[in-house]
Structure formats: structure tokens, C-alpha cells
Design a protein. Structure first.
Length: 424
């Protein structure tokens, strides 16, 4: 596991320079700034031309990946990190090529930045840092090219690496894309990559801050992104694991309850999904503070599907419909079968959860020992046949499969009408 900085390199500020070829001064520069980084109540200050240098020192960064265009200040990055080991000829030639660069003309490739990478490695005392040339991102094609480059960075990351994402410099559009891509890597990597910090050196307000630039921690953006993902998983699949993980710090018992609910939904333990103790715990959502609070209404809306005051048969039927809407057909057919049985058993047995008693009632209806079931018995026979194929992983014919998928909502509607007719 390593602390890895992903930073973008800008073009700096143009400075006056003669046209004399002997004038070896750089044509651009970053102004030196004093960056203030806060950790709780304490803070530290670093005066440097590159915020990356401040972040490397403060967070003990072990590897750095720098992205920039052909016009970015690679020569000044090299000058800063190479120190007394600077190769003057390389520095001047790199500077000349950068001056000649345009959005549609890249006179050098990534291979020419190997000396910059070596300077970074030496400064850090670790190998593995990299410099990556990206496009300006002027159209979809260039953005896809940048996507490929950032995915190459993702391939260099090791299991457990922590990302520190600096979006201070370069084009605003590239900063947004840079964050989205690192978030993409975090979410889709199988190597447990985490975004530890999203950082922005607010040079815009240096004059207001007494000549100092606060480094703003924007990690809240990533937290909100996790909430969006967590709520989506809860609403679409009944998986509250990420929501539970996000709530653990504030409401550990509530988080455990949501996690337990997710387990029971995924096991299709119908009688355990509704729980009075769990319902009381969920009232604690009202007391959630901070960024978590923005998700409360969405969580409540999702949880209400799984814990309400409906009669058991209607609850199971609505749960069936939700399963089918989410295309969880196996769980849907199992639940629909149980919903029909529950409705047939209402008022006829004391323990509605007794498997033996439920089977007796179903058999009695099939043998026509009870009055009209309003088509529920016939519907039961259809869906139970599908349930058996699902439960025993037997599969079925192509026609059976297509019919089961195509007619699932229709079967729910038929069951609902029959339920209402039985209620009188």
C-alpha cells in the first residue's frame, strides 16, 4: 500500500522574454505561493512554486503521477525536482519544445519526459512515478484519449493504494475529468483502491488571505458520490451495504440493521424482512447530521418498501412487483408464490407462517374444499411451476423462459385483482 498523488500540470504565467536565441530564460513560470494545509485544529505552511511539492511533504507521498498537455510546464517541474542534478541541455531543449507546442502540435512524446520521472523518483526516494501527456479535451475523441491515459495510471496502482487527487492546475474541464476518472478507478478496480483526499490550492483568494493559499479538502465530493451509489444500490437492488457502511460512524446500530435487512432480502427471508425493532431504529435517520443528512429522505423512501403496515399478502405482492421491476425474476416468482398462499390462508389458520398449515390450505383450495378463489388457485399453479424450475435450477424450454419474463407483471396484476375481490 502506498500514498499516491495524482496531479495536473498547468501552463503557468507568461513572462517577458527577448527573441534572442541565446536568452535561455523560461517563457513561463508558476509564481511561488505559500500553501496552508489544515489537519483538524493544526495547520502547516509550505512555500513553493508547485503545490505538488507541498502535498508530497505534508502527506508523505510515495509515488506521483503527473498529467499535462504538451504545453504544460514540464521543464519547470523538472527544474524544481532535479535540483543540483539538472541537465541544462535537456532543460533548455524541453523548454524550447514546449514553447513550440500547440493544441494540434505535440513535438515530443511521453518518452522524452523520462528524465522528469527520474527526478521525481529521486526526490521521493521511491521508484514508480510517472508523467503522462494528455490532450486538451476539446472533443469526445480527445476526452476518450485522456480516458485511456488515466486508465494506464490506474493499471499502475497496487492493492490498497490511497489516492490523493490534486485538481489545482490545468484546465477546469480536465480537473473535473481527472476527478471523475480517479473515482471511476476507485469504484471499478478490483484492487481496493481508495481516494483518500481531493485537494485544491485556492490561489484565487491569496490577496484576501494575507498572501497565503488555503488548500481546500474537497473529499466531501467523493463522500456524496458514494452516497449516490449507495442509494442507487438500495433503491434498485435492496442492497444497503454501502449505505450501512457510510452510516456506521454516526449510527452503528442503525447501520447494522440496514445491513441485516439487505442480507434477509438477498436470502428472500420474507417473514424476517418486516421487523418492529428495525422500524424503531430507522427513526434514528432523523438525527443524522452532516453530508449523510442529504441522503435521509432517499433512504427512508427506499426502506419504506421493505417495512410498512400493509397486510402480509399485499406486502409480499408489492415486494414481488419490486423484484420484477428490478429484473430479479427468481426472487420475484418465489415471493409471488408465497404471496398467493398467504392470501389463501388469511382467516383460515392461526399461524400464517406455518409451512405445514399453508400447504394444507393450498391443497384444500386445489381440491375445491373452499369457495371461489377468484382465479388465485389457477394462477398459483402457473407461478408455482415457474418457481420450481427456479428453485431447483432446472431451467426450462425457451418458450417457458420467455413467457416467465414477459408475463411476470401481468401475473402480479392478476394476483392484485384477485386479492381485492377476496377482500370484498
Amino acid at each position: 500500500m502506498a500514498r499516491v498523488l495524482v496531479t495536473a500540470l498547468g501552463t503557468g504565467r507568461l513572462i517577458s522574454k527577448s527573441h534572442d536565441p541565446a536568452d535561455a530564460r523560461p517563457s513561463r513560470k508558476y509564481d511561488s505561493a505559500t500553501y496552508v494545509i489544515k489537519d483538524g485544529e493544526s495547520s502547516a505552511e509550505y512555500t513553493t512554486t508547485f503545490i505538488a511539492e507541498a502535498l508530497i511533504k505534508h502527506f508523505a507521498i510515495e509515488r506521483v503521477y503527473v498529467v499535462g498537455t504538451a504545453k504544460s510546464m514540464w521543464e519547470e517541474l523538472y527544474d524544481t525536482f532535479s535540483g543540483d542534478d539538472r541537465d541544462d541541455d535537456y532543460y533548455l531543449e524541453l523548454g524550447r519544445m514546449i514553447d513550440d507546442s500547440r493544441y494540434d502540435h505535440y513535438p515530443y512524446d511521453r518518452g522524452y519526459l523520462k528524465k522528469v520521472e527520474a527526478a521525481l523518483d529521486k526526490k521521493l526516494g521511491c521508484v514508480g512515478s510517472g508523467c503522462y501527456l494528455i490532450q486538451y479535451g476539446l472533443d469526445r475523441e480527445e476526452l476518450l484519449s485522456n480516458f485511456t491515459i488515466l486508465m494506464q495510471i490506474g493499471e499502475q496502482l497496487q492493492p490498497g493504494d490511497e489516492l490523493y487527487v490534486d485538481i489545482t492546475h490545468s484546465f477546469r474541464s480536465l480537473s473535473i475529468f481527472q476527478y471523475m476518472m480517479t473515482s471511476f478507478i476507485e469504484n471499478l478496480s478490483d484492487r481496493d483502491i481508495k481516494i483518500a483526499k481531493i485537494l485544491y490550492g485556492m490561489l484565487d483568494i491569496v490577496r484576501e488571505m494575507g498572501g497565503k493559499a488555503p488548500v481546500v479538502d474537497l473529499t466531501l465530493i467523493n463522500e456524496l458520490n458514494h452516497w449516490i451509489k449507495g442509494i442507487y444500490e438500495l433503491e434498485q437492488y435492496g442492497n444497503g451495504y454501502l449505505v450501512a457502511d457510510l452510516l456506521k460512524e454516526q449510527k452503528s446500530e442503525l447501520a447494522a440493521s440496514i445491513e441485516d435487512l439487505s442480507d434477509r432480502i438477498n436470502m428472500n427471508f420474507l417473514k424476517d424482512i418486516r421487523n418492529e425493532h428495525r422500524r424503531k431504529l430507522w427513526k434514528g435517520l432523523k438525527n443524522v447530521d452532516g453530508p449523510d443528512s442529504v441522503a435521509v429522505s432517499a433512504i427512508e423512501r427506499s426502506l419504506k418498501k421493505f417495512n410498512n403496515d400493509q397486510p402480509e399478502a399485499y406486502f409480499q405482492l408489492n415486494l414481488t412487483l419490486w423484484f420484477f421491476e428490478q429484473k430479479r425474476y427468481a426472487a420475484g416468482y418465489i415471493t409471488l408464490t408465497e404471496a398467493i398462499i398467504t392470501k389463501l390462508c388469511e382467516g383460515k389458520i392461526i399461524n400464517i407462517n406455518s409451512w405445514k398449515e399453508r400447504q394444507k390450505i393450498v391443497k384444500a383450495f386445489i381440491n375445491k374444499e373452499y369457495d371461489d378463489s377468484y382465479g388465485l388457485v389457477e394462477l398459483y399453479k402457473k407461478v408455482n411451476q415457474i418457481r420450481r424450475l427456479v428453485a431447483h435450477s432446472q431451467g426450462g424450454s425457451e418458450d417457458q423462459y420467455r413467457s416467465a419474463v414477459a408475463n411476470c407483471i401481468k401475473y402480479c396484476d392478476q394476483a392484485k385483482r384477485a386479492f381485492q375481490q377476496m377482500d370484498g
